[in-house]
Write a protein that binds this ligand. Structure first.
Ligand code: CP
Length: 312
């Protein structure tokens, strides 16, 4: 595997899950694989889990991780082709990506969407520029439209916690005050479409994800109906896709409660706003598997890095 930028880079999700579980049992088994190799982690946006778990994954493989907060610490990067750079940007992505490739064997990038320019976001202009101008493999640590390290993590977690061979999994929108990206919901949807699960999405009218992502996945606008017989409820807020990046609905009736959840397990990528997205009575009980989920971020990242290292 050259790059890992999308759930579509997973050729066989069942075998990937099996490999990730093996790594989790013996995380240091491949410590020699990454010796004398450097992972560069470039953050255009904030992170807790991705930043730490991806470094931990690199360390488990014997790699040396180096981290940079690009926004603020680096020169402002220009992505436009042919731009007259007489504004705020001091360095073009053509040089920046090529230069980072001199220091790193793999480059991992986090760059959120604008949520104002749909065409720009859908084109993945930052991630694809790194792919175009870096001479080393690129890993997506959450881009404008996808968070494939999270999606792989979620698939591993469901596989670990399922009690029936084909569980019912619901992706439910929940309210939030701010406009949030679609990336986590997109990658989760793509991961579930690859797994042997009954998968449905619940969101208010006007909040359907891109039809290119949802494809033929059933979409409910009635949360209670969607939650019937659910084994897992994966919750995430996203802003409107049709009215791009807008917050059209903050209905608190969509918050996840213990009563609504029933016997289902609660999942969320974190960070999560308590008593806005989900009530304490869910997070503070065994119904929630968000910490186990966050733990699996390390093994998802480790599997991805291992697969890339085996081919560089
Ligand atoms: N889930 C996730 O990506 O968390 P961070 O934003 O803290 O990295």
């Amino acid at each position: 595997m050259k790059h890992y930028t999308s759930i579509n880079d997973i050729d066989n999700i069942d075998s990937w899950i099996k490999e990730a579980k093996a790594l989790k049992k013996d995380p240091l088994k491949h410590k020699a694989l990454g010796a004398n190799k450097t992972l560069g982690l470039l953050f255009f946006n904030s992170s807790l889990r991705t930043r730490l778990s991806t470094q931990k994954a690199a360390l488990n493989l014997g790699m040396d991780p180096i981290v940079m907060n690009v926004s603020g610490d680096a020169w402002g990067i220009e992505f436009g082709d042919g731009t007259v750079m007489n504004g705020n940007t001091a360095e073009h992505i053509k040089e920046a990506a090529a230069v980072v490739s001199q220091y790193c064997d793999i480059i991992a990038v986090r760059a959120f969407p604008t949520l104002t320019d749909k065409a720009k976001d859908q084109s993945e202009h930052v991630l694809n520029a790194f792919k175009a101008y870096a001479s080393v493999p690129v890993v997506n640590m959450e881009s404008a439209t996808g968070h494939p390290l999270q999606g792989l993590t979620d698939a591993i977690t469901i596989s670990e916690h399922k009690k029936v061979s084909k569980p019912k999994v619901v992706l439910s929108w929940a309210p939030h005050l701010r406009a949030l990206p679609h990336a986590v919901a997109n990658s989760f949807t793509q991961a579930m479409q690859k797994m042997d699960v009954e998968f449905v999405i619940a969101n208010p009218e006007g909040y359907n994800l891109s039809p290119e992502i949802t494809k033929d996945t059933p979409i409910y606008h009635n949360q209670e109906e969607a939650f019937k017989d659910a084994d897992f409820v994966y919750t995430k807020n996203w802003s409107s896709f049709d009215h791009y990046g807008q917050v059209k609905n903050t209905d608190p009736n969509w918050m996840i409660t213990k009563n609504k959840l029933g016997n289902a397990k609660f999942m969320h990528c974190l960070p999560v706003r308590r008593n806005v997205v989900v009530e304490d009575a869910v997070l503070d009980t065994d119904s929630s598997i968000v910490i186990q989920q966050a733990n699996n971020r390390t093994y998802a990242a480790q599997l991805v890095l291992k697969k890339i290292l085996e081919h560089v």
